[in-house]
Design a protein around this ligand. Structure first.
Ligand SMILES: Cc1cc2nc3c(=O)[nH]c(=O)nc-3n(C[C@H](O)[C@H](O)[C@H](O)COP(=O)(O)O)c2cc1C
Length: 196
């Protein structure tokens, strides 16, 4: 099984990256046969979705789509921007094929400046997972600036929650079958001739 950590931050020193990595490491420790990889959007020059068939993207965008399609389960984290997920992560959800998360497990992480927007996981990330017919680990983890000191995640309760999230993602994914879910609604894509 391969679990892909996706971080919706493009910042080089990202708290989201540290948080997702913590959950991913716990996933690996709970089952040594689990393969893990992190996809930090700051390391890729991903173009904006323009409505074309996902198969026709090239370069970094192609690589990002391929990594997401190939994974069996995900820990997806986003910084809170204006009370929602980042535009960079939303763009990735727009780029990927309709059925590429179908029936797979997702654990969600959000990092904000304060606890002010802790419902972002329930209000903005769960509906996306629902659209893609993915299974969400109950209890996403919300992390804020007060949980860090000198660029290290030091809050033990939050670290435990992230460990639980990583382990639960492995356990749920082990028991899932893609056929447990229905297909997401189809969306029309533009041909290359229709691009602006
Ligand atoms: C453009 C922008 C908008 C933000 N909006 C919010 C917000 O609405 N609520 C909040 O709690 N934090 C907000 N923040 C703070 C970030 O969510 C927080 O610093 C986060 O940990 C950054 O994650 P990163 O280090 O992975 O990039 C915002 C930061 C930026 C740059």
């Amino acid at each position: 099984m391969k679990i892909l950590g996706i971080t919706g931050s493009v910042s080089k020193s990202s708290k989201t990256l540290l948080s997702v990595q913590e959950a991913l490491d716990a996933a690996k420790q709970s089952d040594s046969s689990t393969e893990t990889e992190i996809l930090h959007l700051g390391d890729y020059e991903t173009v904006l979705c323009d409505g074309r068939d996902p198969a026709s993207y090239t370069g970094d965008t192609r690589e990002v789509i391929d990594k997401i399609e190939e994974a069996d389960a995900y820990i997806i984290g986003t910084p809170v921007y204006r009370g929602s997920l980042t535009g960079a992560l939303k763009n990735v959800f727009d780029l990927i094929p309709n059925d590429c998360l179908r029936g797979k497990a997702i654990g969600f992480v959000a990092t904000g400046g304060t606890y002010h927007h802790y419902l972002v996981i329930d209000h903005h990330l769960h509906p996306l997972a629902h659209y893609f017919r993915a299974h969400v680990i109950p209890g996403g983890v919300y992390v804020h600036n007060g949980h860090f000191e000198q660029h290290q995640l030091v809050d033990e309760e939050i670290r435990t929650r992230l460990h639980d999230l990583g382990e639960a993602t492995v356990r749920l994914s082990t028991h899932l079958n893609k056929d447990f879910s229905t297909a997401p609604p189809a969306i029309p894509r533009k041909s290359l001739q229709e691009q602006y």
